[in-house]
Design a binder for this molecule. Structure first.
Ligand code: FES
Length: 109
């Protein structure tokens, strides 16, 4: 696994959902109470951009159908829903390890 610099620590405010790229992958980088998380950026349901979603504790909520994914494990916390129609989130999120070295943030890819 290679670690790729994706940002400087000063660029990532707590609670921000930041689009970054590493190794050709489009990722979401965020920080929750000082801990960094990186996941795939596209929702595994129908491709919603998770950078336009919302944080809910250590989870991200997709802006399209409100599926909720745990940032620590990638697991599905809540399946998507459209009006009253329940759907299935196909899979969890791919997650990536994050390292902070000095003032730089690296993601393992
Ligand atoms: S695209 Fe994300 S919940 Fe449907």
């Amino acid at each position: 696994m290679d670690y790729v610099k994706v940002a400087s620590a000063g660029q990532i405010a707590d609670g921000a959902l930041v689009p970054v790229e590493a190794g050709g992958e489009k990722l979401l980088l965020t920080r929750v109470r000082g801990t960094y998380y990186a996941t795939q950026r596209k929702c595994p349901h129908l491709g919603g951009n998770l950078c336009k979603g919302k944080l809910d504790g250590e989870a991200v909520v997709c802006p399209l159908h409100k599926a909720k994914f745990d940032l620590r494990t990638g697991g599905v916390e809540r399946d998507p829903k459209l009006l009253f129609i329940g759907m299935k989130a196909k899979s969890g999120l791919r997650i990536y390890p994050v390292k902070e070295m000095g003032d730089d943030i690296y993601v393992g890819i």
